[in-house]
Design a binder for this molecule. Structure first.
Ligand code: ZN
Length: 267
């Protein structure tokens, strides 16, 4: 066991951490109380949002959303790991600092395992609660005293604004007056499952328990409701001149689309 002195990236307090090789240190900051995580590549410790959704709950919600057939072993969860994923967060100086406003960008590229990146242009990924889950303070949660997380902390390899991660941390420490980027960690379950002999990777938010990633399947109920509304508008626009014959254009368009759709489905 070795001890080293490290700094809390949330409040700047110094603390001594004990590290055991091969295990992840998740001490609580003595000043701000947040649970911190210290990947080996960092000399400082970043606050981490504490996972609240169990693996079982996350797998169940993924299976439900993707409508995975679980009977008869058609779908097999092959591997699941709790990952602590780095993000850079910059609070909006014009207020609302604690409200989830500001920017959040990814600190590592995890697209290959199904986690789309947050960038300055893309601030929302469906199902990923990092913006609201990393408000400083109690929203991030705390690990009960002495508990440790069986998780893997992903190294921050991408910095914000074309900086390296270390440069971004230094800039935050220098306090140049510009809004500082802060490194935060957010937990997700990275799952690998096999469906009909094909491997799939998908990530589930370990705070909210919601699956993260590709757009939801098309909701046919919404599509048909919009379609009906469009046809009604077409009918009503023709009604004053054509009377009930106004139904004909809408009917003709519907028939044409149905024919097109069934041809497309047959592929
Ligand atoms: Zn602190």
């Amino acid at each position: 066991m070795m001890g080293r002195l490290a700094r809390c990236l949330a409040c700047g307090a110094k603390l001594k951490i004990e590290e055991q090789p091969g295990s992840l240190a998740t001490p609580a900051c003595p000043m701000c109380g947040l649970t911190l995580v210290g990947p080996a590549s960092l000399s400082d410790l970043a606050p981490v949002a504490v996972p609240r959704a169990t693996l079982e709950a996350c797998w169940a919600s993924l299976a439900k959303e993707r409508r995975l057939p679980l009977q008869g072993g058609a779908t097999e969860l092959r591997e699941a790991r709790l990952l602590l994923v780095p993000f850079w967060k910059r609070d909006d100086p014009t207020g609302g600092g604690g409200s989830g406003a500001g920017l959040v960008v990814s600190g590592a590229d995890l697209l290959p395992i199904g986690l789309p990146p947050l960038t300055a242009r893309r601030q929302n990924v469906r199902g990923l609660g990092v913006r609201t889950g990393t408000r400083t303070g109690d929203a991030m949660g705390r690990l009960p005293g002495g508990a440790s997380l069986d998780a893997i902390a992903v190294d921050a390899t991408l910095g914000p604004d074309a900086l390296t991660p270390q440069e971004a941390i230094e800039a935050g420490r220098a306090g140049s007056g510009a809004p500082a980027w802060r490194l935060v960690y957010y937990p997700v379950w990275a799952m690998c499952y096999v469906l009909f002999n094909k491997e799939h990777h998908h990530v589930v938010d370990a705070v909210t328990g919601r699956p993260v990633g590709p757009a939801r399947r098309v909701r046919w109920s919404i599509v048909s409701a919009l379609w009906a509304a469009a046809m009604l508008a077409l009918f009503l626009s023709g009604l004053p001149w054509l009377g009930w014959l106004a139904a004909l254009p809408a009917w003709a368009v519907s028939v044409a689309v149905m024919k097109g759709a069934s041809r497309w489905q047959r592929g």
